[in-house]
Design a binder for this molecule. Structure first.
Ligand code: F6R
Length: 610
């Protein structure tokens, strides 16, 4: 949610900032801007639209713009519509500032500053921070004092990159509840919302903690803590490679990421099992804790929450522990009923989602043992949970989550085996067999779906013509239906709804008419006959039925117009091949409709605001 980049060094900052912004564009893409030092003052160029728009503006209106220090920002609008004026950086004569997050008391700060004679030109919360630092700098004439005093005043979440007009070559960075890293290369120093923005230049990363301030100059980065004391931080060398952050010949990141799933599953399972499954554990998740646990609470948002639903199915089945899956933004405000022996699991690809982080904090305050299932190393949710289980999806750049979802599901499946083992419901042999299915069989079968996607492509051409679609399924398949529906609507803009197959007749079936597409998912063998009955109910009312179906289930001939048979995997794992099928269906449908697949309308990848 908004991307920040900053560079100070020996090279021209302008192309470095624009290039860094392109790598961060998945975080928000309704407007962008850069600020650089030029001829002793700060020059800011910003515009509504994609980074290319601002790049054109830079090239046309500021040809030859050259500077060795600057900051850039790509925006996902919160306060104020996407426009040139509302874009970041916000700049005064003294200060230029980029911001990711929300300043909750901006209205109060704004009115105080107006009383002091300041004039606001944008509708943003960010401008309040910029002008506040400006006013405090006029009083103190000290850069750090102005920043620190402003931070004591500001409520909310922020990652700030700040430059002062009278301090060329220097960037200050601070954060609270929004991600920010610093990085050092041979030719200069960086700040960024995410590692992918600096990978072309360096792999030496410093992850910033809340309350820390970084001071960057061409040759160094220094840090101080919230009290202003200098602290020494050691860099981490990231394992991420440029290849992981590039499309590598695929038309879209989403398609690349769908194809990366076999490897992502293998990596994730391998990292969890080490020598044998029973040694797979999050720190602190002891056998006693597992035995005493009566209830598990899972909190997450969007696709990660749908992975939680799949996790619920497996944990209840394999470990016989009741699981509540909560939308994180609801969990924190609903006064949840929890017991001290319960376990809390936060699921998040980015590890930065504000609602999931807040739910985790609430669970910790309530005394629960907390586990995070997270993809991004060192992210806030990973750092704050008592134990973290890292998924190994690698960087997920398409806004629509695919590989992160499948590895979250696999991780929760593995967790269900571990819980079942400690509760005396699973033997090591059974568990080892299930792990073999995940590491060997599942990747092969997924590859079979990927190789044979022409049938899915032809069905997607028909789906693409509709504006309302229903997904149905029972048990685990109803959880898959939720994710299939979200995937389709977020990238193709086709309205769709997911229903438990047996529930449709209690009201929603009134929406089914001649030609309404209904996509049924059947991987749950024991319930196939029930789902087929529900399919027939909709077919009798004119629905046009597509079934994504385990190859071992025999469908009656007259039941549907399209069938996508997916390879069977034992032990309930056919959900993985069905998942890849509905991801491809969503992808091809959106492509057919000419949608901007990797950057869907109104969305951003990492949602760091409530
Ligand atoms: C949809 C999607 C979102 C995210 C949700 C949570 O494709 O990606 O629904 O799953 O915003 O994000 P994380 O997992 O980063 O907490």
């Amino acid at each position: 949610m908004c991307g920040i980049i900053g560079y100070t060094g020996r090279k021209n900052a302008v192309p470095i900032l624009l290039d860094g912004l392109k790598a961060l564009e998945y975080r928000g893409y309704d407007s962008s801007g850069i600020s650089v030092f030029q001829d002793g003052r700060i020059t800011t160029v910003k515009s509504k639209g994609r980074i290319e728009e601002n790049e054109k503006k830079v090239n046309n209106e500021y040809p030859g713009l050259y500077s060795t220090c600057g900051t850039g920002h790509t925006r996902w609008a919160t306060h104020g519509e996407p426009s040139d004026i509302n874009s970041h950086p916000h700049t005064t004569e003294n200060v230029s500032l980029v911001h990711n997050g929300i300043i909750e008391n901006y209205a109060e700060i704004r009115s105080e500053l107006c009383n002091k004679g300041y004039t606001f030109i944008s509708e943003t919360d960010t401008e309040a921070a910029c002008l506040l630092i400006d006013s405090l700098y006029r009083e103190s004439h000290d850069h750090l004092t102005a920043i620190k005093t402003a931070l004591r005043r500001i409520k909310g979440s922020y990652a700030f990159g700040i430059m002062f007009g009278d301090n060329p070559g220097k960037i200050y960075a601070v954060k609270k509840d929004s991600p920010l890293i610093c990085a050092v290369s041979e030719h200069g120093a960086f700040i960024a919302s995410d590692i992918t923005a600096v990978l072309k230049h360096t792999r030496e990363i410093y992850i910033m903690n809340d309350g820390e301030t970084a001071e960057l100059s061409a040759d160094s980065v220094t840090f101080c803590d919230a009290e202003g004391k200098h602290i020494s931080k050691s860099p981490e060398i990231t394992e991420l490679s440029m290849e992981q952050a590039e499309k590598s010949g695929f038309a879209h990141f989403m398609l690349k990421e769908i194809h990366e799933q076999p490897q992502a599953i293998k990596r994730t399972v391998a990292s969890l099992i080490l020598n044998d499954i029973t040694s797979y554990t999050a720190p602190g998740l002891t056998a006693d804790r597992i035995k005493n646990c009566r209830h598990i609470h899972i909190a997450a948002c969007g696709t990660a929450m749908h992975a939680g639903l799949v996790g619920k199915y497996f944990i209840e089945k394999n470990a016989r522990i009741g699981v509540n899956v909560e939308i994180a933004s609801e969990f924190r405000y609903k006064n949840p009923v929890i017991d001290k022996d319960d376990i809390f699991i936060a699921i998040s690809q980015s590890g930065e989602t504000a609602d999931t982080l807040a739910a985790l904090r609430l669970a910790k305050e309530s005394g629960l043992f907390t586990i995070a299932v997270v993809n991004v190393k060192g992210s806030a949710i990973a750092r704050e949970a008592d134990g973290v289980i890292y998924t190994q999806a690698g960087p997920e750049i398409a806004v629509a989550s695919t590989k992160a979802y499948t590895v979250q599901c696999c991780t929760l499946f593995m967790l269900s085996l571990l819980l079942g083992y400690h509760r005396g419901l699973m033997t090591k042999d059974v568990i080892n067999e299930r792990c073999r299915l995940l590491t060997d069989t599942a990747p092969q079968k997924i590859n079979d779906v990927l190789k044979d996607s022409d049938k899915i492509l032809s069905i997607s051409k028909k789906i693409a013509e509709h504006e309302n679609i229903f997904f149905i399924g029972r048990c685990i398949d109803s959880s898959l239906a939720c994710e299939a529906s979200l995937k389709l609507k977020e990238i193709s803009y086709i309205h769709s709804e997911a229903y438990m197959a047996g529930e449709l007749k209690h009201g929603t079936i009134s929406l089914i008419k001649e030609g309404t597409p209904v996509i049924a998912i059947i991987t749950e063998n024991t319930l196939s006959e029930k789902t087929i009955s529900n399919i027939k109910e909709t077919a009798s009312r004119g629905a046009d039925i597509t079934v994504i179906c385990d190859e071992r289930i025999i469908l009656p001939k007259d039941v549907c117009s399209n069938i996508i048979y997916v390879p069977h995997i034992d032990s309930g794992l056919t959900f993985l091949t069905a998942t890849v099928a509905f991801q491809l269906l969503a992808y091809h449908t959106a492509n057919e409709r000419g949608c901007d697949i990797d950057k869907p309308r109104n969305l951003a990848k990492s949602v760091t605001v409530e």
